[in-house]
Design a protein around this ligand. Structure first.
Ligand SMILES: Cc1ncc(COP(=O)(O)O)c(C=O)c1O
Length: 470
């Protein structure tokens, strides 16, 4: 009786028109005036299909997440087997076998300095855990005054209140700043935007010096941690600061006893051709790393905080670190993580990422040379970005009201290509789009992506030219 009343309420509330536009949930994802969203019904490899039968290439692996493409048979098999064996177990009450296996696999891949792994449900949660872990450690070891955080402007670290506090976007600060303690900001290393700064390494050292200045300004003994994306995500468009920069920030953090956290939510798990981007810089290893997106690869919500045995074991002796969420270390998610890592290792996808990342970069640079509106091509491995501009050299941004990222996404979607870009900071740091196919992409698939990208660029150029903007 009760359930049939509920059903009739549902059908009365959800009109056909609402269903056509996504029913009760669409308005949480866009402004009501924004364009329609697709209803995706099927995926295979780099392809997705909508409910109208249209085919799309998923050119950025969703939001740089589906690192093995869609419907990978080995991951699906692992999911099914795990679901049939044990779908859930509560982490505080006991460990589970996929959890133990994944902890061993990932700490082996992560290497020295990352002997301990805490599994969570995604990127924001992993960032939150890292901040809490640093704080809890200092609290337990008698440095309670260390509570200040520093991060980059722009940057993105997630949407929980803790992750928002470190994200570099004043739009968040305006709304939530009164509720939470926002991190202190230093400028991110944006080489293309600041091309007039001359030599890149000298510019890198000036950017790193901003960290030292900020620590001194805040009072070194009050600073807890500095968090940074080793390769930028959507907020900066795959900016890739240099080794000189990372070596210097490592030195500064050591000097002042500040924890260095690398947010590898997007760039970790093989995306840059190394399992962790920090493997590129042996002298600039962080204290803590967080990885998410590509670890679950779109098959299950999964993130991880990686930390050194020395810190974790000491805290375990003192107070323990007991911050479990219900779905942490879920057997299903961990089984997915195991299958994803097996695929990466068995098929040497790190090498594929390096080789095809180089190839994609070359093709994007060729596209840049043919186009008038691609100002920069940057990134590492298969985490690359193009930045749209009104004029290339000197860099002249497109007028903000063009909302170039959104226009580009709409035009490329018409051509059958889905590309990820998300405007941050109201667009003032540029209009980047992330080009990030899965790590198992082939050369032929990259050619297809670049061909469609080229058509979308031409379509936007024509539009901008017709309206007298370029
Ligand atoms: C660098 C970085 N950190 C954190 C996050 C937040 O991850 P999630 O969306 O899984 O919470 C993201 C998501 O895009 C990210 O790119």
């Amino acid at each position: 009786m009760k359930s049939s009343r509920l059903e009739s309420n549902l059908s009365a509330d959800v009109t056909k028109a609402q269903m056509a536009s996504g029913g009760a949930q669409d308005l949480f994802y866009s402004r009501s005036k924004d364009s329609q969203r697709l209803t995706i019904v099927k995926g295979k490899g780099i392809y997705l299909w909508d409910d109208q039968g249209n085919e799309y290439i998923d050119g950025s692996s969703g939001p740089v997440t589906c690192n093995l493409g869609h419907s990978h048979p080995n991951v699906l098999k692992a999911m099914q087997e795990q679901a049939e064996t044990l779908a859930f177990s509560f982490p505080s009450s006991g460990r589970n076998l996929p959890n133990i296996e994944l902890a061993k696999k990932i700490t082996d891949l992560a290497g020295e300095g990352f002997e301990r792994a805490l599994f969570v449900s995604g990127g924001s949660e992993a960032v939150d855990m890292a901040l809490k872990f640093c704080r809890q450690y200092r609290y337990a070891t008698g440095e309670k005054q260390r509570n200040k955080l520093i991060s980059c402007q722009p940057s993105y670290h997630g949407m929980t209140l803790g992750a928002l506090a470190v994200s570099g976007d004043p739009v968040f600060a305006d709304v939530f700043g009164d509720m939470i303690s926002m991190a202190h900001k230093i400028p991110a290393m944006m080489t293309y935007m600041h091309a007039e700064q001359g030599d890149e390494n000298a510019y890198a050292l000036r950017c790193a010096k901003a960290l030292e200045d900020k620590i001194v300004e805040l009072g070194a003994s009050s600073v807890l941690a500095f968090i940074i994306e080793p390769v930028g995500g959507s907020s900066s468009g795959a900016i890739a600061p240099t080794e000189a920069y990372f070596n210097e920030i490592r030195r500064i953090c050591d000097q002042y006893g500040v924890f260095l956290i690398y947010d590898e939510v997007m760039c970790g798990a093989g995306r840059t051709g190394e399992f962790l981007t920090s493997h590129l810089w042996p002298d600039a290893r962080p204290d803590i790393s967080v990885v998410a997106k590509g670890l679950g690869a779109g098959y299950a919500p999964l993130g991880v905080m990686l930390a050194p045995a020395a810190l974790v074991d000491e805290l375990a002796e003192l107070t323990g670190f007991n911050y479990a969420h219900t779905y942490n270390a879920s057997p299903l998610s961990c089984a997915v993580g195991n299958a994803v890592l097996d695929e990466i290792i068995q098929n040497d996808l790190l090498e594929n990422t390096r080789v095809l990342g180089d190839y994609l970069r070359k093709e994007l640079i060729a596209l840049q040379e043919r186009s008038t509106i691609i100002g920069d091509v940057r990134g590492r491995g298969l985490l690359l970005a193009i930045e749209l501009v009104a004029s290339k050299s000197p860099r002249k941004p497109l007028p903000l009201e063009v909302e170039a990222i959104e226009r580009f996404k709409a035009l490329s979607r018409e051509i059958g290509l889905l590309i990820y870009g998300r405007r941050s900071n109201g667009g003032i740091y540029g209009e980047p789009l992330l080009i990030a196919p899965p790590l198992n992409v082939t050369k032929a698939e990259i050619d297809l992506i670049v061909e469609r990208l080229g058509r979308a660029v031409e379509a936007l150029e024509a539009e901008l030219s017709d309206s007298g903007i370029i």
